[in-house]
Design a protein around this ligand. Structure first.
Ligand code: PHE
Length: 344
């Protein structure tokens, strides 16, 4: 086998001198030093030869290799030196780049958008009402007079501001039900409202955080009955969790609905077997019921003509019950730990 490494060298040198651009340098590299380049081909040719020939040619090929590598390194340095008026000159396309880290919407934002999408298909319109609110809208108009013991359940934060003679104290609204009254008072009937907003309560454990999100549905029209309520809840549950999730309505007592329920689903973390989060396989998503006549009245609506249903559930709770997510402590959602968030 004849091998004229000198000819290869001089051709390579010539080509390298001409190649001032980073692009053509890359081409040069793949022609001579690349995976299918001349050097690789020669190396494999040599390995097929008889021992005597191998020695001789092997040496030549090695020498060629050092020559090409050095020449390449030299050119690379000159090409990558930065020139201000030609900013692209330090761009070398086969060098691995630095990938910018791209984030994504927070899990809760994703859930809010998805919930909104499910309800918008049923004609619900998303609204938002004050998160710092008068006592009147959060309690009194919801059939909970000033000293009513049922208020205790809402573990409310009070804001240190002067009381209004009619509307009472200022609170961080402990639920989205204030939106029911505000929506009714707008006076547009029928109503199909979805109020998603932030709420506050004095609580903190694996199941509760002091600041959380709720979504409140309110439908008011003529001839609205409990079957409509159940149908809407079923629609949400099947769309959000899938048909394998079971749900149940448990009789409950809210002052602003009658009858009232709490709605449970089979736990999405353990599939209903029982775990540290749910204990017995069921998880409460929130409350629901038929709007109390006193609440309709407070909203300026005649309960003899109109009826309605409402429900208020926790966004985080709904998210956590999604099969496969396996988030078994609500506080993870608020810690802003990238290692946690990047998983979703
Ligand atoms: N506001 C109630 C809660 O926070 C939930 C609810 C909303 C119940 C609407 C009935 C109707 O627990």
């Amino acid at each position: 086998m004849k091998l004229d490494t000198e000819a290869i060298k001089s051709e390579a040198k010539e080509m390298l001198e001409k190649s001032g651009e980073p692009g053509s340098l890359a081409e040069w590299h793949s022609k001579y030093l690349g995976k299918k380049g001349i050097l690789r081909t020669l190396t494999s040719d040599v390995s097929d030869l008889a021992v005597e020939e191998k020695k001789e040619l092997g040496r030549k090929v090695n020498e060629l290799k050092s020559y090409l590598e050095e020449a390449y390194a030299g050119s690379l340095n000159s090409v990558t030196s930065i020139k201000k008026d030609k900013p692209l000159e330090n761009f070398y396309k086969t060098l691995p780049g630095k990938k910018p880290e791209i984030g994504h919407l927070h899990l809760i934002t994703q859930a809010i958008r998805e919930i909104n999408e499910v309800f918008s298909k049923l004609g619900f319109i998303r609204v938002r009402y004050p998160e710092v609110e008068w006592d009147y809208y959060s309690f009194e108009a919801l059939n909970m007079p000033k000293t009513h013991p049922a208020r205790d359940e809402w573990e409310t934060f009070f804001i240190d501001l002067p009381e209004d003679p009619k509307l009472g104290k200022v609170v961080i609204t402990p639920h989205t039900s204030n939106g029911q009254i505000r929506e009714m008072l707008k006076g547009n009937l029928p109503i199909r409202m979805l109020n998603i907003s932030r709420c506050g309560r004095r609580q903190s454990d694996i199941n509760h955080v002091p600041t959380f999100y709720q979504f409140e549905g309110l439908v008011v029209d003529k001839n609205i009955s409990i079957t409509h309520l159940k149908g809407v809840l079923e629609y949400l549950i099947y769309n959000f969790f899938g048909k394998d999730t079971k749900f149940r309505l448990r009789p409950y007592d809210f002052r602003f609905t009658e009858p009232s329920f709490e709605v449970d689903v089979t736990c999405g973390i353990c599939g209903g077997k029982g775990c540290r989060f749910c204990k017995e396989g069921w998880v409460e998503l929130g409350g629901a019921g038929m709007v109390h006549p006193n609440v309709l009245k407070a909203g300026g609506i005649d309960p003899e003509v109109y009826s309605g249903f409402a429900f208020g559930w926790g966004v985080e709770r709904v998210l956590m019950m999604r099969t496969g997510l396996k988030i078994d402590d609500i506080r993870y959602l608020f810690e802003n730990n990238l290692k946690f968030l990047e998983q979703f």
